[in-house]
Design a protein around this ligand. Structure first.
Ligand code: ZN
Length: 70
Protein backbone atom coordinates (compact mmCIF):
# COMPACT_ATOMS: atom_id res chain seq x y z
CA UNK A 1 0.00 0.00 0.00
CA UNK A 2 1.34 3.38 -1.00
CA UNK A 3 0.49 6.60 0.81
CA UNK A 4 -1.64 8.89 -1.42
CA UNK A 5 -0.17 11.93 0.31
CA UNK A 6 3.59 11.43 0.26
CA UNK A 7 3.98 8.23 -1.77
CA UNK A 8 5.74 6.35 1.01
CA UNK A 9 5.25 2.58 1.15
CA UNK A 10 5.93 2.59 4.88
CA UNK A 11 2.26 2.16 5.85
CA UNK A 12 0.53 -0.15 8.26
CA UNK A 13 -3.09 -1.18 8.67
CA UNK A 14 -5.06 -0.18 11.77
CA UNK A 15 -8.38 -1.50 12.97
CA UNK A 16 -10.75 0.80 14.78
CA UNK A 17 -13.97 -0.12 16.54
CA UNK A 18 -16.74 2.41 16.13
CA UNK A 19 -19.91 2.35 18.18
CA UNK A 20 -23.21 3.76 16.95
CA UNK A 21 -25.49 3.86 19.94
CA UNK A 22 -26.66 7.45 20.40
CA UNK A 23 -29.56 7.20 22.82
CA UNK A 24 -29.99 3.56 21.99
CA UNK A 25 -29.11 2.28 25.46
CA UNK A 26 -31.28 4.93 27.07
CA UNK A 27 -34.24 3.99 24.89
CA UNK A 28 -33.73 0.31 25.63
CA UNK A 29 -33.52 1.15 29.31
CA UNK A 30 -36.86 2.98 29.14
CA UNK A 31 -38.52 -0.02 27.50
CA UNK A 32 -37.05 -2.33 30.11
CA UNK A 33 -38.25 -0.02 32.87
CA UNK A 34 -41.82 -0.05 31.55
CA UNK A 35 -41.88 -3.83 31.38
CA UNK A 36 -39.75 -4.95 34.31
CA UNK A 37 -39.22 -1.88 36.48
CA UNK A 38 -35.82 -0.80 37.80
CA UNK A 39 -34.25 -4.18 37.02
CA UNK A 40 -35.33 -3.89 33.40
CA UNK A 41 -33.84 -0.39 33.28
CA UNK A 42 -30.51 -1.75 34.45
CA UNK A 43 -30.64 -4.62 31.97
CA UNK A 44 -31.37 -2.19 29.17
CA UNK A 45 -28.41 -0.02 30.08
CA UNK A 46 -26.12 -3.02 30.45
CA UNK A 47 -27.25 -4.20 27.04
CA UNK A 48 -25.69 -1.09 25.50
CA UNK A 49 -23.07 -1.72 22.91
CA UNK A 50 -24.19 -5.20 21.96
CA UNK A 51 -24.53 -5.50 18.22
CA UNK A 52 -23.95 -1.82 17.59
CA UNK A 53 -20.20 -1.94 17.10
CA UNK A 54 -18.71 -1.64 13.66
CA UNK A 55 -15.13 -2.43 12.83
CA UNK A 56 -13.26 -0.15 10.49
CA UNK A 57 -9.90 -0.78 8.95
CA UNK A 58 -7.69 1.90 7.47
CA UNK A 59 -4.07 2.51 6.64
CA UNK A 60 -1.78 4.85 8.50
CA UNK A 61 1.32 6.22 6.86
CA UNK A 62 4.34 5.99 9.14
CA UNK A 63 6.05 8.70 7.15
CA UNK A 64 3.52 11.55 7.26
CA UNK A 65 0.88 10.12 9.60
CA UNK A 66 -1.95 10.37 7.09
CA UNK A 67 -4.87 7.98 7.46
CA UNK A 68 -6.58 6.61 4.39
CA UNK A 69 -9.11 3.94 3.55
CA UNK A 70 -8.22 0.59 2.03
ZN1 ZN B 1 2.53 9.50 3.82
Amino acid sequence: MRCPSCGSVNCHIVEEVESRQKGFGFFKGCCGYLILGPIGWLCGLLGMGSGTMTKKAFWVCSHCGRKFRV
